[in-house]
Structures are given as structure tokens and as C-alpha cells.
Design a protein around this ligand. Structure first.
Ligand SMILES: Nc1ncnc2c1ncn2[C@@H]1O[C@H](COP(=O)(O)OP(=O)(O)OP(=O)(O)O)[C@@H](O)[C@H]1O
Ligand SMILES: [Mg+2]
Length: 218
């Protein structure tokens, strides 16, 4: 049984068809790169896959069960979406990183945070930093740390390296590739065709709200 199964999925908003009749399956362990022009519907597709929005037509099944039947907060623990514009709330970084623990009624695990900070080259002093003062690339990495504190089954990444330099990009790519090797399924929107070839086993091209091609690489 596929992990995710999209069947004729459409998303229409205010009379505008943003996605039309999208069908594909995601198998456990896949690393899928999603490419396509700006405005083609890539982010909308990942927002549908994480149940942040619901299809206006068609169905999405997760492990054979219609997504609408899951409790959204439970589903979000299994399918994590890291958005294109990192959203950090409150005043400081710690509040953001404490959130995944508090929703699980667990104490803050400083050791786990330290592990991820060192993986993404973030000085530990950033824990108390004011979120207003962070650079775009720092926000992207903190947002990724928040997503990875508890490992999901499916990781949906929306251009998460767009504000990073080459070195930090490589670090994030290596980390995500290791997670995939450990069994986490990855769907990654990228504008970098080279990257989509390097790590992915499938490439989906979205154009004008439709899947133009699904290429299986290995
Ligand atoms: N909730 C919405 N209501 C109306 N229009 C929307 C909504 N969400 C997205 N759109 C429009 O749908 C189209 C697809 O948006 P989407 O963000 O999915 O594109 P994208 O492929 O991720 O683009 P980019 O590469 O620029 O991030 C765009 O024209 C966008 O303006
Ligand atoms: Mg987008």
C-alpha cells in the first residue's frame, strides 16, 4: 500500500483552479523532488499533502485511509511540512522550539536541540535570540530544527534552502539525505535541477496546476 495516494485531486479557490486532477502515489522511502515554474502550484500541492488545506475535488489517502478521517493534529505528527517562508512566532527562538514538546506534553529536551543546532551550524547561544533579529537563512534553519525535533514519517520541504549559502545548503541536503536513508519519506520542492537529480528517486514536474511529468530515476 502506498504511503500517500492522490486521486484526481483538485484545488479551486475563488473560482480559480490552482491544481487540476493531480494523481500520483508516494511509496515509503521515496525521495521526490518537485520542480516547476513559480506559481505553478507546488506549495499548494504540499499544503494539500500535509492536510493544511483540503482538496475541493478528489481524495488523498494516507496509508489507505482518507486524510479527512484523521485527527489533523495527529496527522501533523506523521506528516511534517516546512514552509517556504519560515514562520517563527513569539519573542525568542526557545519558545518556537519548546512548542513541539509542549503539544506532546513533554519536557523541553535541550540535548536534542543541541544535536540539531550542531547539525545545522547554529550556535547554541541562538536559543535565547530574539526572532525579529534573525537573518532569513537563520530563520530557515531554526524552522527546520523545529520540524525535526520529533521525526515525522513524511517530510515535506518547501524550498527550505532558498536563503542559505552553498555551505549551509550542502549541510541541510546531507542531513535530509541521511534522514531519507534512515527511512523517512521526503518530498522536496526545489528550483535546483542538479539537486533534484542528486538525491531524488523520482521527479515530479508541476506546470500550470497539473503534473506534467513523473520521472522515475532509480
Ligand atoms: N489560497 C489561495 N487563494 C487564491 N490563490 C492562491 C491561493 N494559494 C495559492 N494561490 C495561487 O495559486 C497559484 C499557485 O501557488 P503556489 O504557491 O502553489 O505556487 P508555487 O508553484 O509554489 O510557486 P513558487 O515557486 O513561486 O513558490 C499562484 O498563482 C498563487 O497566487
Ligand atoms: Mg511555492
Amino acid at each position: 500500500m502506498p504511503l500517500l495516494d492522490l486521486q484526481n485531486v483538485s484545488f479551486v479557490n475563488d473560482g480559480k483552479a490552482i491544481l487540476r486532477n493531480v494523481s500520483f502515489v508516494v511509496e515509503a522511502g521515496d525521495f521526490i523532488s518537485i520542480v516547476g515554474p513559480s506559481g505553478s502550484g507546488k506549495s499548494t500541492l504540499l499544503r494539500l499533502c500535509s492536510h493544511l488545506i483540503s482538496p475541493t475535488g478528489g481524495n488523498i489517502f494516507y496509508k489507505g485511509v482518507n486524510m479527512n478521517e484523521y485527527i489533523p493534529t495527529d496527522l501533523r505528527k506523521s506528516i511534517a511540512y516546512c514552509s517556504q517562508s519560515p514562520y517563527l512566532f513569539g519573542n525568542n527562538v526557545k519558545e518556537n522550539l519548546d512548542f513541539p514538546f509542549s503539544v506532546r506534553k513533554m519536557p523541553f529536551n535541550e540535548g536534542r536541540v543541541k544535536e540539531l543546532f550542531s547539525l545545522f551550524n547554529i550556535p547554541f547561544t541562538f536559543l535565547t535570540a530574539d526572532v525579529q533579529n534573525l537573518s532569513g537563512g537563520e530563520k530557515q534553519r531554526i524552522s527546520l530544527v523545529r520540524t525535526l525535533l520529533f521525526l515525522p514519517e513524511v517530510l515535506l520541504l518547501d524550498e527550505i534552502t532558498s536563503a542559505l549559502d552553498a555551505e549551509n545548503t550542502r549541510m541541510v541536503e546531507n542531513a535530509v539525505s541521511s534522514l531519507n536513508n534512515e527511512g523517512i519519506t521526503v518530498l522536496w520542492i526545489t528550483h535546483d535541477p542538479e539537486k533534484s537529480q542528486k538525491y531524488a528517486n523520482k521527479i515530479i514536474t508541476v506546470e500550470a496546476g497539473k503534473i506534467n511529468s513523473l520521472e522515475v530515476l532509480k
